[in-house]
Design a protein around this ligand. Structure first.
Ligand SMILES: [Ca+2]
Ligand SMILES: [Ca+2]
Length: 102
């Protein structure tokens, strides 16, 4: 019985580790307070830094647009799930996304 319990908890442990590993580094870096959501402030800070690093001027309007595209449920925060989903839809091409737009 005990062995089974240990096995079960091991399974849970490895499952949660796998889940955590799935969160992209880019997301965890943006999530400054580590609450699992990237809010507007965190997004803008990250985008500004990205623009500066690339020697570009930061465009707030476009930056907000990019965030809106990732924020699937419109709560002004990007969850890890939304971030991953947005990346996936980018990978699978823009055609489906354009259709979904309205
Ligand atoms: Ca956060
Ligand atoms: Ca959201």
């Amino acid at each position: 019985m005990k062995k089974l319990l240990i096995l079960a908890s091991l399974l849970v442990l490895s499952a949660s580790t796998a889940l955590a590993a799935k969160t992209p580094k880019m997301f965890t870096e943006m999530d400054a307070d580590n609450n699992g959501q990237v809010d507007v402030q965190e997004w803008m800070t990250a985008e500004k830094k990205k623009a500066e690093d690339a020697g570009k001027k930061y465009n707030e309007k476009q930056s907000m647009k990019r965030m809106g595209r990732k924020d699937a449920n419109g709560d002004n925060m990007i969850s890890a799930d939304e971030f991953i989903a947005a990346r996936k839809s980018m990978d699978s091409g823009d055609k489906a996304k354009k259709k979904k737009k309205d």
